[in-house]
Design a protein around this ligand. Structure first.
Ligand code: SF4
Length: 359
């Protein structure tokens, strides 16, 4: 606890901010923080206000709830209401709007929606209710996927026939590749996500830095973690550098977590994926391998949806870094955390949610 308190030290933060201003001078740069957790810290601790105005911070697509397509919510609602499956999900998904309703509203209509802290709770429910289909909603980036892989392995070991995962898993490097290839938002440097990179290692960005001549620095989630990452990025940007550096070395290594990577390799295969606002990106997702097809809800259920994005929501543009939350005409009016129109207002990793709470 004390250790983390040190990473919030205001005097050290001021020193780092001054060092950043010294390095940046009159240059104008845009930096994207990829992860929604980092966005939350930037708003909460008002880091933008500590930095020179010619250094622009842009929120990126690393909020898992936000990039999950609306069709996914519609599928989960369909499974709960039409197939009578017991839906187990992390809590921040239950209020994400679907086309007709969210999961909270589906529960009011009679669906069995169970918020959980761990996917293993879904396994326990499946064991205790052998006559009921239990579906775990597996969304997220590389951080959460190893845990989902472990529960599928456990389901296989236990011989479960009534457990499956509705998967919508994303991979960060291809998403950054697509952003850079499209030249979107004119980003000069990236703060790569701490938790994801703890799994995949900084090695995952080596090629991107070289190919696009762009610097990347992995950052943590405390104010000093992020300021240190911005300082390293600034040093790279003023020299036109393309270094792939680490400002979160207490958690992240170049190689990443090899055990977690082995689980990903055994259970999942890369596939094209749709991300809200970014469209379909080659190899940006994971699917469940054929060998584990019996645990893939997309294969075991016949799912029918008719999905449409909510009118007026510019979540997609915000996730690309081309618009800010306050650019949305619905922000703070018809769209608030109590009554969200789009996914970016729901999750506490969403840019609209953070802007509403702290800006
Ligand atoms: Fe969508 Fe609401 Fe954000 Fe506007 S404020 S972009 S409606 S989530």
């Amino acid at each position: 606890m004390n250790l983390l308190k040190n990473f919030k030290d205001p005097a050290l933060a001021q020193k780092l901010a001054a060092a950043i201003a010294d390095v940046v001078g009159d240059w104008t740069f845009s930096i994207m923080e990829v992860c929604g957790g980092q966005t939350h810290t930037i708003y909460k601790y008002r880091l933008r206000e500590m930095l020179p105005p010619n250094l622009r911070l842009v929120s990126g697509p690393g909020c898992p709830v936000c990039v999950t397509p609306i069709e996914y919510i519609d599928k989960a609602v369909f499974l709960g209401l039409e197939k009578g499956a017991s839906i187990h999900t992390f809590g921040d998904l239950v209020r994400v709007p679907g086309t007709a309703m969210n999961l909270e509203q589906a529960a009011a209509e009679g669906a069995d929606i169970q918020p959980v802290y761990s996917p293993f709770q879904a396994i326990i429910a499946a064991k205790e209710n052998p006559d009921r289909q239990v579906v775990f909603l597996g969304i997220g980036f590389e951080t959460t996927l190893p845990g989902i892989g472990l529960v599928i392995q456990e389901a296989r070991k236990s011989g479960l026939k009534n457990f499956s995962v509705l998967l919508s898993a994303k991979r960060v490097p291809p998403v950054l590749d697509a952003l850079l290839a499209g030249g979107k938002a004119g980003i000069d440097g990236f703060i790569t996500p701490g938790h994801v990179t703890a799994i995949i290692g900084t090695k995952a960005y080596d090629n991107l830095c070289k190919r696009y001549n762009v610097p990347m620095v992995v950052g943590g989630f405390e104010p000093l973690d992020l300021l240190a990452a911005i300082h390293l990025l600034s040093l790279e940007m003023v020299t036109n550098g393309s270094g792939n550096r680490n400002a979160y070395s207490r958690v992240v290594s170049h190689e990443g977590n090899l055990k977690a990577q082995a689980v990903l390799e055994e259970l999942f295969e890369e596939k094209d994926a749709e991300l809200r606002g970014l469209g379909t990106i080659a190899n940006a997702g994971y699917g469940i391998r054929e060998a584990y097809a019996e645990f893939d809800a997309d294969r075991t259920f016949d799912i029918v949806t008719d999905s449409r994005e909510p009118p007026g929501c510019i979540c997609g543009e915000i996730l690309c870094g081309t618009q800010q939350p306050t650019d949305c005409p619905l922000f703070g009016k018809t769209c608030t955390p109590d009554s969200p129109v789009g996914a970016c207002m729901v999750s506490n990793e969403g840019a609209c949610n953070a802007a509403f709470l702290y800006a």
